[in-house]
Write a protein that binds this ligand. Structure first.
Ligand code: GLN
Length: 482
């Protein structure tokens, strides 16, 4: 694992043992050979990547030092890339080529990264398995009959199968952390506002947050350092500068008080996941942390509240896809007919379900019963966490109730699919930082992740506990496909 990390590749590039072009060709060759099985990428951009790599080599040889100089990464296809198709895995944006880069992409480029391509997702990031992609499902590299999770399933699978050194995903209700857990990689959802959403195609704006997927916690810290920080183009971005995440990692977690929410370890959690998490908990104790039981009494209402709030925001955000300014247009008899045809042919079934749910929940007469109620629940959940964090520094809980499930297993039952995010959604509702870290395997050899949660802006302590736990456990996570 030490070898396969951004930090170790960076060392080798700096020492000129390896050129950025060689490294980029290495990943492109793996993508060509292995991605037909995994199907992590929607678009691969070999020419652009090689040009960026040669530029990185020029800068490396002139002694320039940038945080990601020559490091090949992948980007979820709901994050805008100038001149490179950004589809959101939707027919409605199948041929959309953004005229600008998202802030995070601008920052990756400024840090010298090489962009290999755009990764698959559930359409508009709505889903938990990447099966809602309008193009094709992605497969879990650990078992090709299983889903990689979602919605950032393409990014998680690409990191897991070593088809890129690191990747960006987005997380509205668990879309970075749940696929990270399914694919045996690290996934981090920063505090809401840490990372600019400018250029992220909006799903539910009060919940959406971009974050890294990587093979190590230190790599996640490095990626966050590059993409995060204030951005005047996103009014919700947090105005203060970021801490130095990498140097914070080295501080000892000894004495930290770790809360275990009682409600998370009851029914619904698979036995195998529980067994693996028990091992992780023991390791945390051995590290000198104090373990305390805490309570999140409103946890059970998080999922229903999310499935009002997220669709309500989505129904409004997705109103812009009407065939007029960009994206698919299907002509009709008149304007109304054009709208109808464009939207009925452009959106897939899950996206339509969300638009209908959200429109209904916001309509006159129902707003009080649904949207307002859900917002009140959101406040209760925020308070639950505040209460818990008055007693402990960080919280440890499952990332997902089960390991990766089979393709097709939940596609006919939206509620079962939604339940996959039961442990991740409350964190988005409260705007907190959440890390998913691989901590073991099931008997069948499927990875299991644990989730570490902190109070708002405690991104650094969350990463620090994750980093120490990762080193303590020393799991051997070789890419499952060679
Ligand atoms: N699975 C959840 C949903 O379908 C979360 C998705 C996400 O985080 N983008 O809404």
């Amino acid at each position: 694992m030490e070898e396969r990390s951004i930090l170790s590749l960076r060392e080798r590039l700096r020492r000129r043992e390896l050129s950025a072009e060689e490294l980029t060709r290495y990943f492109l060759e793996r993508i060509e050979r292995l991605d037909p099985k995994v199907k992590a990428y929607i678009t691969v951009t070999p020419e652009e990547a090689l040009a960026q790599a040669r530029e990185a080599d020029r800068r490396l040889s002139s002694g320039e030092d940038l945080p990601l100089l020559g490091i090949p990464v992948a980007i979820k296809d709901n994050i805008c890339t100038r001149g490179v198709r950004t589809t959101c895995a939707s027919r409605i944006l199948e041929n959309f080529v953004p005229p600008y880069d998202a802030t995070v992409v601008e920052r990756l480029k400024a840090a010298g990264a090489v962009i290999l391509g755009k990764t698959n997702l559930d359409e508009f990031a709505m889903g938990s398995s990447t099966e809602n992609s309008a193009f094709f499902p992605t497969r879990n590299p650990w078992n090709l009959e299983r889903v990689p999770g979602g919605s950032s399933g393409g990014s998680a699978a690409a990191v897991s199968a070593w088809l890129c050194a690191g990747a960006l995903g987005s997380d509205t209700g668990g879309s970075i952390r749940q696929p990270a857990s399914f694919c045996g990689v690290v996934g981090f959802k920063p505090t809401y506002g840490r990372v600019s959403r400018y250029g992220l195609v909006a799903f539910a704006s009060s919940l959406d947050q971009i974050g890294p997927l990587s093979r190590t916690v230190a790599d996640a810290a490095l990626l966050l350092q590059v993409i995060g920080g204030p951005d005047p183009r996103d009014s919700t971005s947090y105005p203060e500068p970021q801490p130095d995440y990498l140097s914070e990692l080295e501080r000892s977690p000894e004495g930290l008080r770790i809360g275990i929410p009682r409600e998370c370890f009851s029914e619904g959690l698979s036995e195998e996941v529980r067994r693996v998490l028990d091992g992780a908990l023991q390791a945390v104790k051995d590290m000198g942390c104090e373990i305390k039981e805490v309570s999140l009494p409103h946890l059970e209402y998080a999922l229903p509240a999310y499935y009002i709030i997220a669709p309500a925001e989505a129904s409004s955000n997705l109103a812009r896809y009407d065939g007029v300014k960009y994206g698919l247009r299907v002509s009709g008899r008149d304007l109304m007919d054009m709208y109808k045809k464009t939207r009925s042919q452009g959106f897939g079934p899950e996206v339509k379900r969300r638009i209908m749910l959200g429109t209904y929940a916001l309509s006159a007469g129902y707003y009080e019963a649904f949207y307002r109620k859900a917002s009140q629940i959101r406040t209760l959940i925020i308070r639950d966490f505040e209460e818990a964090f008055s007693e402990v520094d960080l919280i440890l809980m499952p990332a997902s109730p089960t390991p990766a499930f089979r393709l097709g297993e939940k596609t006919d039952d939206p509620l079962q699919m939604y339940l996959s995010d039961i442990y991740t959604i409350p964190v988005n509702l409260a705007g907190l930082p959440g890390l998913s870290l691989p901590v073991g395997f099931t008997e069948e050899g499927l990875p299991v992740g644990v989730q570490i949660i902190g109070p708002q802006l405690a991104d650094a302590p969350v990463l620090r506990l994750g980093h120490t736990l990762e080193k303590t456990l020393g799991l051997n996570l070789q890419p499952p496909l060679e």
